[in-house]
Design a protein around this ligand. Structure first.
Ligand code: UTP
Length: 275
């Protein structure tokens, strides 16, 4: 039912400088695969094949990654090395990719609004690929969310419980549980202080959004850090209708931070070692 997935990838990635000076954060690899490819695979698992990517200056590597490299293909054709490209070739056969550029980095909400022409008037998924989700043999987080969308047909944010000392890094929700791990959102605050935080349920980088979010984003004023915040637009949507939060099954790694990136690398490496 959800056919398109949006990948906002125009941010500066300052926490990973200098690595992100000339390459996008989304191209940093966990083992041999860039973060954005994990995101695209999660979307494919959820039945989505239309990928829309918001890029910016210096982000060409993203487009090149999801394209055929003729020279490389020619070099390794017929050799044992061909195997290394098998996975990405299959992915390219399944999906279409479209791109738009965010010219000024005015925040996640603004990045999403920039992609309106790629999405149109339909509900869509959003993956922030620096939040890497590991489903531990279960179904992926986006597929879990699509199943909830089928029932409620409204915007949904994925949330997880975080420690109080970390709460000010996130958008935080206040809500009532209306189903198994599903909360009806009453309030949400972007990057609250520990005293302001209405709960310990923090929004992570997975969303399903209904298309009225674009009209709301157009009217949303810059909020915390002078950026147009998706949390502020979602709060407005919440007041006008209904927004759900879903406490997903699985593990999330904040690969936009060095700590999360190293943890994800270790866990994924242990997996291929069979531990
Ligand atoms: P972050 O808050 O992680 O910002 O953005 P960032 O610039 O990527 O990283 P730091 O904090 O400077 O290290 C959350 C998501 O929103 C996208 C980013 O690419 C990331 O996927 N984003 C953010 C945009 O696409 N445009 C923006 O203007 C801001």
């Amino acid at each position: 039912m959800i056919k398109k997935c949006l990948f906002p990838a125009a941010g500066y990635g300052t926490r990973f400088l200098p690595a992100t000076k000339a390459i996008p954060k989304e191209m940093l690899p966990i083992l041999n695969k860039p973060l954005i490819q994990y995101g695209v695979e999660e979307a494919i698992e959820a039945g989505i094949t239309n990928m829309a990517i918001v890029t910016g200056r210096g982000k060409r590597a993203l487009e090149d990654h999801f394209d055929i490299s003729y020279e490389l293909e020619h070099q390794i054709k017929g050799t044992s090395k061909e195997n290394y490209l098998k996975e990405i070739r299959m992915l390219l056969e399944k999906c279409t990719f479209s791109y738009t550029r965010q010219m000024e980095m005015r925040g996640l909400g603004h990045a999403i609004l920039t992609a309106e022409n790629l999405i149109g008037n339909e509900s869509f998924a959003v993956i922030l690929s620096d939040d890497l989700c590991d489903n531990n043999q279960d179904i992926g987080v986006l597929l879990q969310m699509c199943k909830i969308y089928e029932k409620y047909r409204c915007s949904i944010v994925a949330v997880e419980e975080v420690a109080l000392e970390d709460i000010s890094k996130y958008g935080v929700i206040e809500g009532r549980e209306v189903g198994d791990d599903v909360f009806m959102v009453d309030n949400m605050i972007e990057k609250p202080s520990q005293e302001e935080a209405p709960s310990n349920l923090a929004i992570i980088g997975r969303y399903i959004l209904t298309p009225d979010i674009f009209d709301i984003l157009r009217e949303t004023k810059p909020g915390k850090n002078g950026e147009i915040q998706i949390t502020d637009a979602l709060l407005e949507q919440c007041k006008k209708g209904m927004v759900l939060a879903y406490k997903f099954r699985g593990e999330r790694y904040d690969c936009g931070s060095i700590d999360g990136f190293v943890r994800a690398t270790n866990v994924f490496y242990q997996k291929i070692q069979g531990n």
